[in-house]
Design a protein around this ligand. Sequence first.
Ligand code: NAD
Length: 452
Amino acid sequence: MSTTLINPADETVLGTVDAFSVEQADEAIARAAAAQRNWAALAPAERGAALRRFATAVDGAVEELAQLEVRNSGHPIGSARWEAGHVRDVLNYYAAAPERLLGKQIPVAGGIDVTFLEPLGVVGVIVPWNFPMTIASWGFAPALAAGNAVVLKPAEWTPLTAIRLAELGRESGLPEHLFQVLPGRGAVVGERFVTSELVKKIVFTGSTAVGKRVMAGCAAQVKPVTLELGGKSANLVFADSDLELAAATAPSAVFDNAGQDCCARSRILVERSVYDRFLELLEPAVKAVRVGQPADEATEMGPLVSRRHFDSVQSFLDEDARIAFQGSAPAGPGFWMPPTVLLPASRSDRVVTEEIFGPVVSVLPFDDEADAIALANSSIYGLSGSIFTRDLGRALRVARAVESGNLSVNSHSSVRYSTPFGGFKQSGLGRELGPDASEAFTETKNVFFASS
Ligand code: NAD
C-alpha cells in the first residue's frame, strides 16, 4: 500500500510513499532492538558525540528540509527554516544528556545504595502532521541520548522531512537501524508500536481521541506513555494591559501555521471595559496577516494541510459562526482559508469549547479576575495560554490559577527546547523537552551493596 502526497498550496501530486505493513513494522522493531544493545553499551561521551554529528548534518540540510516542509505541509518558508534549525538545536541540547543522566547514592545502613538510570530499549514515537520535524525531534533526540533505539511513525500526509531526518542520522554515522522512520497508517503501524512487546514506551502526539485509545492500548502491557494532545488555549487580556501590544500579537498567537498549532491561543478573553477597544485594534492586525504562497519569503500564513482538514475547519464556520471580520486568502487551487475572528453568542458554543485547529479565533468578554480564571479553566484542555496585564501580582495569581502546562505573561512564548512542555487535563500526560526529558526514557534501578 502507498499514500499519495498532495502539495496543500496548489493540490498538485508530490509523489507516493510506501506504507509499512504490520510484518514490516515488526521486522524494523526487531532490528531496532538489536541495534539498541550496542548503542546503550557505548560510553556516554560517544553517544553524545554521535548526536552532535547528527546535529551538524541537520544544520547542513536546513534549507533542504525547509523546502521539503514547504511542499509537503504548506508551511511558510521562514517558519520551515526555523523548524529545521530547531531540530538541530534539540539534538545539540540532548547531546549533553548522556553524561548528565545521574543516578543517586543514597545513605542506608549496612552498605551503600546506588540508583542507575537504565535505558528502556526501543521507544515508539508517533507524531502528527502539524509540525512534522520539530515534534519528531522532541521524541527521538532525548530517547536516543538515554541509550534507546527509536522507531518513528510520521503522519500519513506529511512523512517527507522525518524520512530525510532518519537518512541524515545514518549519513552522520548513527548505527544502522538505531533510528528508523516507518511511514504508514495509524491503525496499522501506530497500533503495532502500542501492541509490540519489544516497544517499551510510546510517545504520542496527536488528537485527544486517538491519545486515549493509545493510552488504553498501553495499559494492556503497563507500557509507559507520554501524551501530547489537543488544546483550546486562552489569551487573557486585562484592562490594565498594554492593549496595543496585546492586539498586535494576538493574530500570530493563533494564526501561526494557519492555526494548526496545539498551543494556538484560539480563545481571546478580554476584560469587558476594554472589549470594544480591543476589537478595534485587533481588526487591522488580523487583516494585515500576509496569507500567501508558502515559498514566498514574505508569507506569514499558508494553506491548511489537506482537503479533509479544510472541510473539518469549514464545518465549524458553516454551523454557528458569528464572523466579526476576516483577513484575506488566495482563491485556490489549494486549501486556503482566511484568518477569521468570531464573536460567539455563548460561552458554550462549539467554536468556544472544541479544538478547531484552523485559523479561527473566538473573542469573548469577562467581568473580573475571578471570571477570567473561571472562563479560561472552563475547558477540557490545558496546554498553553497567555496573560496580558501590567499588574505583576495579578500576573502571578492568574498564572498559578490557570490549569495549563505552559503560560506566558505579556508574550506568547510556548516552546523552548530547554524548558518543559506538556499539558494539564485532557491536553496530555507527562512532559517533553527541558532538562529532565531524557530521564523520562529510563527506568530507575536501585542496587544495594552490602558492606559485610
Ligand atoms: P491524530 O490523532 O489523528 O494522529 C496523530 C498520529 O497518530 C498520526 O501519526 C496518526 O497516523 C497516528 N494514529 C492514528 N490512529 C492511531 C492509532 N489507532 N494508534 C496509533 N497511532 C494512531 O492527530 P493529527 O490530526 O495528526 O494532529 C492534530 C492533533 O494533534 C490536534 O489535536 C493537536 O492539538 C494535536 N497536537 C498536540 C501537540 C502537543 O504537543 N500537545 C502538538 C501537535 C499537535
